[in-house]
Design a protein. Structure first.
Length: 477
């Protein structure tokens, strides 16, 4: 009897624990979700995820399983999981959602994962957010999104556009326009209005240096910030480190904002006009000297060097925004990137090999570069990075396979299909072997590799909507 009682208590605890988690809808289509929300007068929460997305899995484990999250969400929301990728392992329930998932992905821009979207009971978009958020941050987000003033932000925006401007409440409206409408042009316009007619007229540091003002300047409307703005002057006067501490930001955030403004005003605006270069061979030494004289606290040489490599992107990989790439000097562009890669290889940490070399080769070279000599150079970078990463026993197979995957993609773009498939298979077997060693199913996390291999076998372009291919692109084997 005691054993039965203990089992009963255990099962009751399990049931209670599960009930406290965020409960996702079992509806088999989007129409039923909208109907449920309207009938129960509940908000709709969309969790956009993919099977390969590690931060998505962390949200599942650490946020959706949190009892406080469940307590708040379950009575107030119809929650829906929307898988944006498709795999051979998908069950029938997921397959039934394929068509609706594609529609939701397109309609609500689930472009960065994990994606969190909040809709009203009537299905109107209220808010969206991207990336991993811990339980506390997640709860703050959904509570903010469902505040009455946020829900009715379109009325506030209309009133603002008709001339009813409440500058004390404008920062919150700017945030909503940025996150919900994603209208960057309007955000910049509203920010300039807020700065020019309110913030720049203030004298007290406590009014100027606030978290919400910094969020506007750093996150929502960085291109709108000028060196003449009160927040820029206040950060320089108070000091970047003290500003980070005051606003409870990670070290370096205030410095990033200052440097971004300096790059734009002292380099971009002097070298470009209407998308065309004013000079194809700038005097970089003189430009650094000018920055040094205006901003002695900054490393002028580093700023100029970063700009030559990344433009205004400050090392974030993506389209070829390097100065020489933009003016069409491919030889100099590759030489500068080669120098950067060599520094990464000398540093030889897992982070710089993965997020430095690999990301440069994937997001810049694979996605945007079309010159064969440049792509072949990127392959040599990947070869060197792979050798160094393979030696690091503390790095898991998934990260090592990522580098192999990038090399394979570069070779495929060059037309070497058989070589690319062979490398993808090597990456696949590496992950399968580690999965089995850890007691997991062999193909766990392999969906993306399997799909890519199939595309290569069929001669299809990889990531066609994101990757720029030469007009005469073809496979040589």
């Amino acid at each position: 009897m005691k054993l039965i009682a203990l089992i009963a208590i255990f099962l009751a605890n399990v049931t209670f624990s599960t009930a406290q988690q965020l409960q996702f809808s079992k509806a088999t289509n989007w129409a039923d979700v909208l109907k449920d929300a309207k009938e129960t007068d509940k908000f709709i929460f969309i969790d956009g995820y993919a099977t390969w997305c590690t931060p998505c899995k962390l949200m599942e484990e650490h946020v959706f399983a949190n009892s406080e999250v469940g307590k708040f969400m379950n009575p107030n929301f119809i929650s829906v999981k929307v898988q944006v990728d498709q795999t051979d392992k998908d069950g029938q329930f997921i397959r039934n959602w394929y068509k609706d998932a594609e529609m939701i992905n397109k309609k609500y821009s689930l472009s960065v994962l994990p994606a969190q979207v909040i809709l009203s009971p009537d299905g109107e978009l209220l808010y969206r957010s991207y990336g991993y958020a811990g339980a506390d941050k997640f709860l703050n987000m959904v509570k903010f999104a469902t505040k009455p003033e946020v829900m009715h932000f379109r009325d506030q925006l209309f009133a603002y556009q008709m001339g009813n401007k409440d500058y004390l409440r404008l920062p919150e409206l700017i945030k909503i326009v940025y996150t919900v409408l994603q209208d960057n042009e309007l955000v910049v316009k509203m920010t300039r209005d807020y700065f020019d007619h309110y913030l720049n007229l203030q004298k007290e540091k406590s009014i100027i240096l606030t978290k919400e003002n910094f969020d506007i300047a750093f996150t929502y409307a960085r291109p709108a910030v000028k060196s003449s703005d009160a927040i820029f002057k206040a950060i320089r006067e108070y000091g970047v480190d003290k500003t980070d501490s005051l606003l409870e930001r990670s070290a370096g955030w205030a410095q990033i904002l200052i440097v971004a403004v300096v790059k734009r005003e002292e380099l971009e605006d002097r070298l470009w006009k209407d998308g065309k270069p004013l000079k194809k061979g700038p005097d970089w030494v003189q430009l650094a000297k000018m920055i040094r004289s205006k901003y002695p606290e900054l490393d002028a040489d580093k700023i100029v060097d970063e700009y030559r490599l990344w433009g205004l992107n400050r090392g974030l990989t993506g389209p070829d925004l390097s100065f020489y790439g933009r003016v069409g000097n491919i030889k100099k562009r590759d030489a500068y990137y080669n120098r950067l890669v060599e520094t990464y290889l000398i540093e030889n940490t897992a982070d710089v090999l993965i997020y430095g070399v690999n990301n440069l080769c994937w997001f810049t070279y694979f996605n945007h570069v079309i010159e064969p000599t440049s792509l072949k150079l990127a392959v040599t970078w990947m070869d060197k990075a792979i050798i160094k990463l393979m030696e690091k026993k503390e790095v898991n197979s998934e990260d090592k396979a990522t580098l192999l995957d990038t090399k394979a993609a570069l070779l495929y773009k060059l037309g070497y299909r058989h070589k690319a498939i062979a490398i993808e298979n090597t990456a696949l077997e590496m992950i399968r072997r580690e999965n089995l060693e850890n007691g997991h199913e062999a193909n766990r996390g392999c969906g993306g590799f399997l799909k890519k291999i199939e595309k290569m076998k069929n001669g299809e372009k990889l990531n066609e909507n994101e990757v720029t291919y030469p007009k005469d692109w073809k496979l040589s084997n």
